[in-house]
Design a protein around this ligand. Structure first.
Ligand code: ATP
Ligand code: MG
Ligand code: MG
Length: 525
C-alpha cells in the first residue's frame, strides 16, 4: 500500500470519496487481535488517514455475551495503540441496542421480519433446500408478541428467533431469511442484564455502519455473498447507502487465524496465554521477536488484493531480520551441555584482562562491550568435535590458535591450545566462538525455540483441530553468555554469534537465568 493514489493496483481506491471518507474497524471483543485483524485495522487506517483525509472509527461489535469480555476489549485498545492505529472515535454496537430493537419492530410491522421457533437443525435443512418456514406467514401481532417474549427472555421467547423476510430460495443462500435476533440470557460485559436478546452481526452491522456515518465498509471476501443482504437491510429500512469494499483474508501456513481456535489453545493450556510466542496474535509474534515496524511493513506490503493466498512465514521473518540485523548487539554464548574446556597452555595471556570492543562490527552506534581474555576458555562441543590434532583454527574476534591436545572423545572433555596471533585468520577453515571463564562473570541463559502448533500446512474446514496439533512445540537448552548480558532488559533483541537472533523474554535476575527466545530469520522455519 505504499503506492500512490494514481495507478497500479491502487486504482481500486474507494468510490465516491468527494464527500469524505469514513471507515471502521469492527472487532468483536472475543479474543486478542491476531495478525489477520491487524491487516483489517491497517487497511481501514490507511484509507481513512493516509489516502484520504478521513475518519477512522473503532467499533466494538459486541452483541454476543457468550464470547465477549472486558479483558478482550482492553487488549484490543492496547494492541491498536501498539501498532500505531489511532481511531478518531470509539463506539459499541451495544450502544445501539435500543435503536436496533426499534428497527426490528419496524421490520416486523412492515412485514419484513417474522418470529420463528423452528429448531436449528430443521431451519438449516429448510434453508439448504429452499423450503419456507411454517411461521413465515404469521401475523404482525403474533410476531410482535413473540418479539416481546424474547425481550423478556421467557421460555417461549427463548425458543424463538427473528428472521428477515428476504427470500426462501434465492440462489444466494445468504439471502434465505437470515436470523436477525436471538435470545441470550448471559450478562453482557457492558449492558449487564438490560437485554435478554441481541441482534446478529448481519442485522446490526449495516444499520450501525449507516447510522455512524460510515461511507465505506471494508470486509474480507468471505462476506462477499452477504453483501446483497447488507444492502437489503439498508434499502428496506431506507437508510443511508454504504459502499462495500472487499479484501482478502490473510492466511499463513500451519497457522489458524481464528479467535475460536486460539481461545481453545489458551483454555486447554496448550500455550502460556494469548501472548505466547507460538500464537499468531500481535502480542505473540511480538514476543517471539517480531518488531512492530517490520510487522506493519509486511502487512502493508500485502496491499488490498482480493486474492486469498496462504502465506509462508519465510518472508514475514525475513522482513524482520532486515530490521534487526543492523542494530542487534552481538553477544557470545556457549552451550552448557557438553561444553569443552579449552586451556591455552602455550603463549597465552599471563593474567585475565578485558578490552572494549564494538557490540556490532558494522554499526558503532550500537555501543561498546567488554570482552574478557584469559587462558581458560569454553568452546562448543559441536565445534571442537571437528578439530584435528595440530590444526590451526581461529578464535573469533581474537586470533588464531593451534590445537595441541584433545582429551576424551564423544564427548571431548578438554583441549589444549597454543595461541598463534601471528596466524592469518583468512587461512583457517574453522572460526569458532569462545568465552573466557575468567575476567568476567558468565551469565546463565535458557534458550527457547518453538515449532508450529499444527502439523498440516493448511487446515481444511472439516479437519479436526485435535488431530493435527503437534505434541511438542517448545524446545529449550542451557547456555552461558558473555558477562555483558547481565545488563540485557526485557524485549531487547540481540544476536548470539553463530547461533542466531534472540529476544530477551526475562532478564537475568536473582539467580534466575536470562530467558532468550530464538527469533526465526526466514531461513529455517
Ligand atoms: P476470527 O475468526 O478470528 O474471530 P472475525 O472476522 O470473526 O475473525 P472480528 O473481530 O469480527 O473477527 O474481525 C474484525 C475485523 O478483522 C473484520 O473486519 C474481519 O473481517 C477482519 N479479519 C479477521 N480475520 C482476518 C484475516 N485473517 N485477515 C484479514 N482480516 C481479517
Ligand atoms: Mg466477526
Ligand atoms: Mg470468526
Amino acid at each position: 500500500m505504499a503506492a500512490s493514489k494514481k495507478g497500479g493496483s491502487y486504482d481500486l481506491a474507494l468510490q465516491d470519496v468527494e464527500k469524505g471518507v469514513v471507515t471502521r474497524f469492527p472487532p468483536e471483543p472475543s479474543g486478542y487481535l491476531h495478525i489477520g485483524h491487524m491487516k483489517a485495522a491497517l487497511l481501514n487506517d490507511y484509507f481513512a488517514h493516509e489516502l484520504y483525509k478521513g475518519t477512522l472509527l473503532l467499533r466494538f461489535d459486541d452483541t454476543n455475551p457468550s464470547k465477549e469480555k472486558q479483558e478482550y476489549e482492553d487488549s484490543i485498545v492496547e494492541d491498536l495503540k501498539l501498532i500505531g492505529v489511532v481511531p478518531d472515535k470509539t463506539s459499541y454496537t451495544s450502544d445501539h441496542l435500543e435503536t436496533l430493537y426499534n428497527y426490528c419492530i419496524r421490520m416486523i410491522k412492515e412485514g419484513h421480519a417474522y418470529a420463528d421457533d423452528t429448531d436449528q437443525e430443521t431451519m438449516r435443512a429448510q434453508r439448504m433446500d429452499g423450503i419456507a418456514s411454517k411461521r413465515r406467514d404469521e401475523s404482525v401481532e403474533y410476531n410482535l408478541g413473540i418479539f416481546e417474549q424474547m425481550k423478556e427472555g421467557t421460555e417461549i421467547g427463548q425458543k424463538n428467533c427473528i428472521r428477515a423476510k428476504m427470500s426462501v430460495d434465492n440462489p444466494n443462500k445468504a439471502m434465505r431469511d437470515p436470523v436477525i435476533y436471538r435470545c441470550n440470557l448471559l450478562p453482557h460485559h457492558r449492558t449487564g442484564t438490560a437485554w435478554k436478546m441481541y441482534p446478529t452481526y448481519d442485522f446490526a452491522c449495516p444499520i450501525v455502519d449507516s447510522l455512524e456515518g460510515v461511507t465505506h465498509a471494508l470486509r474480507t471476501t468471505e462476506y462477499t455473498d452477504r453483501n446483497p443482504q447488507y444492502q437489503w437491510f439498508l434499502d428496506t429500512l431506507k437508510l443511508r447507502h454504504v459502499y462495500m469494499w472487499d479484501f482478502a483474508r490473510m492466511n499463513f501456513i500451519r497457522t489458524f487465524l481464528s479467535k475460536r481456535k486460539l481461545t481453545k489453545m489458551v483454555e486447554t493450556g496448550r500455550v502460556w496465554g494469548w501472548d505466547d510466542p507460538r500464537m499468531p496474535t500481535i502480542r505473540g509474534v511480538r514476543r517471539r521477536g517480531m518488531t512492530i515496524p517490520a510487522l506493519r511493513d509486511f502487512i502493508l506490503k500485502q496491499g488490498p488484493s482480493r486474492n486469498i493466498v496462504v502465506m509462508d512465514w519465510t518472508n514475514f521473518w525475513a522482513s524482520n531480520k532486515q530490521k534487526i540485523d543492523p542494530i542487534a548487539p552481538r553477544h557470545t554464548a556457549v552451550d552448557v551441555k557438553d561444553a569443552v574446556k579449552a586451556e591455552i597452555t602455550i603463549a597465552g595471556p599471563e593474567a585475565p584482562y578485558t578490552e572494549d570492543k564494538p557490540k556490532h562490527n558494522k554499526n558503532p552506534a550500537v555501543g561498546m562491550k567488554k570482552v574478557a581474555f584469559s587462558k581458560h576458555l569454553l568452546l562448543d562441543q559441536e565445534d571442537v568435535k571437528t578439530f584435528k590434532q595440530d590444526e590451526e583454527i581461529t578464535l573469533m574476534n581474537w586470533g588464531n590458535a593451534i590445537v595441541r591436545k584433545i582429551n576424551g572423545s564423544n564427548p571431548i572433555t578438554s583441549i589444549e591450545l597454543e595461541l598463534h596471533l601471528a596466524g592469518d585468520f583468512k587461512k583457517t577453515e574453522k572460526k569458532v566462538t569462545w568465552l573466557s571463564t575468567e575476567g568476567q562473570e558468565l551469565v546463565k541463559a535458557k534458550l527457547y525455540d518453538f515449532d508450529y502448533m499444527i502439523s498440516k500446512d493448511k487446515l481444511e474446514e472439516d479437519d479436526n483441530l485435535e488431530d493435527f496439533l503437534n505434541e511438542v512445540t517448545e524446545f529449550t537448552s542451557d547456555a552461558l553468555v558473555d558477562g555483558n548480558a547481565k545488563d540485557l532488559k526485557e524485549d531487547d533483541i540481540i544476536q548470539l554469534e553463530r547461533k542466531g537472533y534472540f529476544r530477551v523474554d526475562k532478564p537475568a535476575k536473582d539467580g534466575e537465568p536470562l530467558v532468550l527466545f530464538n527469533i526465526p530469520t526466514g531461513k529455517t522455519k
